[in-house]
Design a protein around this ligand. Structure first.
Ligand code: AVJ
Length: 333
């Protein structure tokens, strides 16, 4: 944990606390190079989201095959009355707040006299996302207070201000990217930072007909393929390398045993890639893959299990009409 690096930034009247330890460029580079020199080459999905990548992800959410966003929107649109919790004087902490469109859907359903007692903490690793979100939310809603937090909530959950009544939100099925071990760490840390009675609202994509899942990651317009290949441009930038995305094919398939979508980039030719300003090279055989993402799908049993990791029970389960997606309301025991 690095509190020494905390800096306070102002967005209009609103404070943003930056807790992100300044990870040196070399750390990011080393992390990427370690993955690319492993037996199964891999790149972390967090590197998808440069400007172009964020635009492509946004385009994915508009695709007819990509159901998770629409399903979650459907559930969110009536979540407040279904949740039936007292929101007066509560702190809402949104992990991975992104553009804050999801929390906006919640705020829209809360009466102004209650909204004015709520404090909102958007938490994201991207400072520009936090700034944009604050501007958007401030324009549209009169909350008691907003405080932005720039942090990596994988490791920095305990720095979030602790009050008696808090609702944590982690929407968009981002948890799908976490490995089993990461979920365990995350739930344990979150549980440890919660007080009895605090809530945690989690968006998760469910196990379902394999054809539906596979189609969502193999869309007919090829946007997901573009999104996947774009990670190589991001990697070229971070590591001064010479990947040519045209020499790779998008590969996405459901791994039944692991209950997850796997995305890979498959080399279409035997090739050598120069990394780190020609200081390092890797070779890829024809057909060899770089693993770029896992997107885990959940079952009710798995949800109970992860709740237990954080000492939480399921207080409510909210599905879309097709029951493809769930918003799970966990309560700390
Ligand atoms: C942003 C992690 C929820 O796993 O469905 C979409 C990312 N990757 N299409 C997902 C993604 C390919 C997405 N999450």
């Amino acid at each position: 944990m690095n509190f020494i690096d905390e800096r306070v930034i102002k967005v209009g009247e609103t404070e943003v606390l930056n807790f992100l330890p300044r990870r040196g460029i070399n750390n990011v580079k080393q992390e990427i190079l370690a993955g690319l020199t492993s037996p199964q080459k891999y790149i972390s999905p967090k590197f998808f989201y440069d400007k172009k990548g964020s635009e492509l992800f946004n385009a994915i959410t508009q695709l007819k095959e990509y159901y998770p966003t629409n399903c979650e929107k459907e559930i969110l649109s009536s979540i407040v009355s279904r949740l039936n919790i007292d929101l007066r004087n509560i702190d809402i902490i949104e992990l991975g707040s992104g553009d804050s469109s999801k929390i906006s859907s919640i705020f829209r359903q809360i009466a102004p006299d209650i909204l004015s007692t709520i404090t909102y903490y958007p938490v994201d690793i991207s400072q520009s996302a936090i700034s944009n979100a604050i501007q958007g939310i401030t324009e549209r809603f009169e909350l008691r207070k907003i405080t932005g937090i720039v942090a990596d909530f994988h490791h920095q959950l305990d720095l979030i201000p602790n009050k008696d009544k808090r609702l944590f939100c982690f929407l968009g099925s981002t948890i799908g990217n976490f490995s089993k071990r990461e979920v365990d760490n995350f739930m344990t840390e979150l549980g440890a930072s919660m007080n009895k009675g605090d809530g945690f609202l989690l968006g998760v994509d469910m196990v379902k007909d394999t054809r539906v899942i596979n189609a969502a990651y193999n869309d007919s317009k090829g946007i997901t393929a573009q999104f996947n290949k774009n990670i190589l441009n991001v990697i070229n930038h971070h590591t001064q390398s010479d990947f040519n995305p045209d020499n790779f094919e998008h590969l996405a398939y459901y791994n039944d045993e692991q209950q997850r979508i796997e995305m890979h980039l498959q080399s279409t030719i035997p090739q050598t890639i120069m990394l780190n300003n020609n200081q390092l090279s890797i070779t890829l055989g024809k057909g060899e893959t770089i693993h770029t993402e896992n997107s885990y799908k959940y079952t009710i049993d798995k949800l109970k299990q992860i709740g237990e990791m954080g000492g939480m029970r399921i207080g409510g389960l909210y599905s879309d009409a097709k029951e493809w997606f769930n918003l799970v309301y966990f309560v700390k025991g």
